[in-house]
Design a binder for this molecule. Sequence first.
Ligand code: ZN
Length: 120
Amino acid sequence: MDGRVIGNALLIYPHCSSDVTHVEHVFVSARQEDRLANEITVNAISGRVETRNKGEAPIGSTVGHGRRQRIALGGYCDLCGTRFALVITQHKGSALVEWAEREIPLWNDEDPLDTVEDSF
Ligand SMILES: [Zn+2]
């Protein structure tokens, strides 16, 4: 694994070097520094949005929670079938990037609504 994310303008899944990947969800762990998070999920296919989720946005093993917000793009590799998340964690003045492969939240697609939002 060389950690490369982009090759020829394609998202590369580094564990198998496949460029046949699918990105279908956006996870946001929204918070101010050191505060509690509002966990938000967007299904990029159905358009469904859920806020104040009980489940936590995917998190990488190297960076951890950091001190601020975290954004993850969730998807899967068509070659090996692995579900992954490309995780961007804001920590102090840097945006840290890493892959997560475990505990990617499952998404319920059985009830595809256009938009579901909870008020803040
Ligand atoms: Zn793969």
